[in-house]
Design a protein around this ligand. Sequence first.
Ligand SMILES: Nc1ncnc2c1ncn2[C@@H]1O[C@H](COP(=O)(O)OP(=O)(O)OP(=O)(O)O)[C@@H](O)[C@H]1O
Ligand SMILES: [Mg+2]
Length: 246
Amino acid sequence: MIIFKNVSYSYPGGRPVLNGVSLHISPGERVGLIGANGAGKSTLLKAALGLVDADGSITVDGTGLSRKTLPFVRKALGYVLQDSDNQMFMPTVLEDMVFGPMNYGMSRTEAEALADSILSGLGVAHLKHRQNHKISGGEKRMAAIATVLMSTPKAVLMDEPSSSLDPKNRRALIHTVNSLPIAKLIASHDLDMILDTCDRVLLISSGQIVADGAAGDLLGDKELLEKNGLELPLGMQRCWAGKGDE
Ligand SMILES: Nc1ncnc2c1ncn2[C@@H]1O[C@H](COP(=O)(O)OP(=O)(O)OP(=O)(O)O)[C@@H](O)[C@H]1O
Ligand SMILES: [Mg+2]
């Protein structure tokens, strides 16, 4: 579904932020991307979306990423960026949600019915007619996620999807993410959310994938996490505490 071969990128005038990244995500795979601040997680997601022009080869759904194939790739991938403010360009949540599907030929009635069911599923039906510039950070995040679900992407990329969500919305997000039968690549510092939503984890450090393994193994590897500036998720701390009691 998403293949990176030796992908490197430096922001203009800067040092390499992605440093020979190779990865392979199969259809339906649920993959978490973790790493300390500045490790390169967001840049990696941006490279997959062609938002930064990286060296090396990137293939999405069988198509090599290039300027020409960018519209195809963007349609195949749903994405929620770290700064979801920049993703909304219509005045209200509803208008933002129906814009894409209507552009691709869905009727207004159909698009609105779909929007209603997605907003209800996320438990945020009250946001439907709210103005995008007058909602809170967490509400914007939920609205951005709802908008992504309006298209039928083949894979979804999420950058810190749970940041600024209250516990109830975070749970709704985890539930929704787990109900999507498509491939997911989720970058987050919320390692408990990664544990709840992903089977596989990639650990990035200084622009390189330094570990790639089963979520349960990698997120329980205290030494590896600490060596890379991270800490055990709470769910795993309980396991460690339990081991100490034995
Ligand atoms: N637009 C930019 N111009 C120049 N440098 C940038 C830009 N965006 C990010 N960087 C640098 O690239 C490196 C990787 O940034 P990136 O945003 O990919 O990290 P991250 O792993 O997503 O971090 P975080 O956990 O803080 O979100 C950092 O050193 C950052 O300062
Ligand atoms: Mg980031």
